[in-house]
Design a protein around this ligand. Structure first.
Ligand code: SF4
Length: 458
């Protein structure tokens, strides 16, 4: 696994270990090569073909105002300092130099809203200035309407609310109960020009509610993206191994049951099929229909878009490529248009009851920290920015303390400056810090397993 991590760090720096630098569309090469060697680069594959990575997480704090039973953070997270803006700006510059404009940067943590709103505004502005997309990943507790309005004005593109029973919010006994929270969050973000996403961790205690939850999310016209993330044995959370009943297959079936239609998760791929499953639907008035029902047509459209892809950077310019396909492949464009029309007609009475919206459905299968699959890590589409470069989120989750200790280098003008998570400020020392021993920490600084254990013994 170390080799894979080293390779990813080298490619994040914009070069192969042998020194070849990537520019323009060649930025897609490392992901494409990873998927090819895993046997996952078929006619359905969009990753590495149209974009160099799906998203990169930028962890702006390790602090959180919840204590999720499946939290992926380190036991030491609450004992660290937030990275100064100069460090985060340097990481953004590295993300941009490697993946180019167009990449989605997830402002995450911990919960990013625990930072000052001015810091988040500055990050949104910088991401926008670099031509990248920003997504605020939050549990929503501090994401007030006023805060979201300010962030939208600063260029925020998306907000992803994480709401589920792993968070043990007081007064909520089921996912159905939590729908009041979800509705409140939708109202806060509605009309701000920001796409609304919802993340749900799938675990034993909410698995039976999955169809009902999927149906609820299907019926929210403001929600553009719905992600189901399967329980993984990683991080500080008190829950560990995934129960046998939760598999990619069982989650797909439960989500389809909720959407009341087949979702054709095998028609188009976003990265490795054991990591991600992707569907796209149109919804209206309590009905949904899959846009990917004609697998052959989907593959022909992917092929045509690839041939008409004249992007200069790492990301497909979808509007430009569709325009070219319409002009050069009118028959295919006509077939796609007829297919779209048929999908709309399948919404039947729903068309009279509500607005027609497109919604993406995603199932994400994080790996256990002690069972990382090299192929999947080498073709990861969900990276996290570290001091040394990007890593697959699964690799990063398995090595969090190592990355918390690694100093970031920042350009200090005439000399380099360094920052690590054990200190508040930049310094001229690049020494590895002694991280706080969580065993010695006060109870209020502990979460997850260590907190539960401490409470048990005190
Ligand atoms: S984060 Fe893990 S599960 Fe997700 S795409 Fe990367 S390797 Fe796969």
């Amino acid at each position: 696994m170390k080799d894979s991590a080293d390779h990813q760090i080298a490619t994040f720096a914009g070069c192969t270990p042998a020194g070849r630098r990537f520019h323009g569309v060649e930025r897609r090469a490392p992901l494409r090569e990873g998927l090819c060697s895993a046997g996952e680069y078929g006619p359905d594959q969009t990753a590495g073909r149209f974009y160099p990575v799906a998203c990169v997480a930028l962890e702006v704090t390790q602090r959180c105002n919840l204590d999720c039973t499946l939290c992926y953070l380190s036991d030491r997270a609450e004992m660290t300092y937030d990275p100064p803006l100069s460090v985060l700006f340097a990481r953004l510059a590295t993300i941009h130099s490697h993946y180019g404009p167009g990449v989605s940067v997830q402002l995450t943590g911990g919960d990013p809203t625990l930072r000052k709103i001015e810091d988040l505004e500055a990050l949104c502005r910088e991401i926008s200035r670099l031509g990248m997309r920003s997504c605020l990943m939050t549990n929503g507790i501090r994401a007030s309407r006023a805060a979201l309005t300010r962030l939208a004005a600063a260029g925020l593109d998306d907000v992803a609310f994480h709401v589920d029973m792993t968070q043990e919010r007081k007064g909520f006994d089921s996912e159905v109960d939590l729908n009041t929270v979800r509705c409140a969050y939708i109202r806060r973000a509605r009309g701000l020009g920001v796409r609304i996403l919802f993340n749900t961790t799938v675990f034993a205690d909410n698995f039976s509610e999955l169809p009902a939850l999927a149906r609820f999310l299907r019926d929210q016209p403001e929600v553009a993206f719905v992600s189901f993330q399967m329980q993984a044995d990683t991080g500080r959370g008190v829950l560990r191994e995934r129960p046998d009943m939760i598999t990619q297959d069982s989650v797909m079936r439960a989500v389809e049951e909720g959407y009341e239609t087949p979702l054709h998760f095998d028609a188009a791929a976003v990265g490795h099929s054991r990591c991600n499953r992707y569907a796209n639907v149109v919804t209206a008035g309590g009905r949904a229909t899959s846009l990917l029902s004609n697998r052959r047509l989907v593959h022909r459209v992917i092929d045509a878009l690839e041939h008409e892809d004249h992007a200069q950077d790492g990301h497909l310019d979808i509007r430009d490529s569709v325009r070219r396909v319409v002009v050069r492949r009118p028959l295919l464009a006509l077939r796609a248009g007829v297919h779209l029309l048929r999908c709309m007609l399948q919404l039947k009475a729903g068309l009279l009851r509500g607005p027609v919206r497109r919604q993406t459905v995603f199932i994400h299968n994080f790996m256990a920290a002690d069972a990382l699959d090299e192929d999947r890590c080498a073709s990861c589409v969900f990276m996290v920015a570290t001091a040394n470069g990007p890593l697959s989120m699964c690799v990063h989750n398995a090595q969090r303390d190592l990355h918390l200790a690694t100093p970031d280098r920042v350009d200090g003008g005439d000399r380099p400056l360094w920052w690590n998570s054990a200190s508040r400020d930049l310094s001229d020392s690049s020494d590895l810090p002694d991280l706080h021993d969580p065993g010695q920490a006060a109870l209020k600084k502990l979460k997850g397993r260590l907190r539960a254990k401490r409470k048990e013994t005190s």
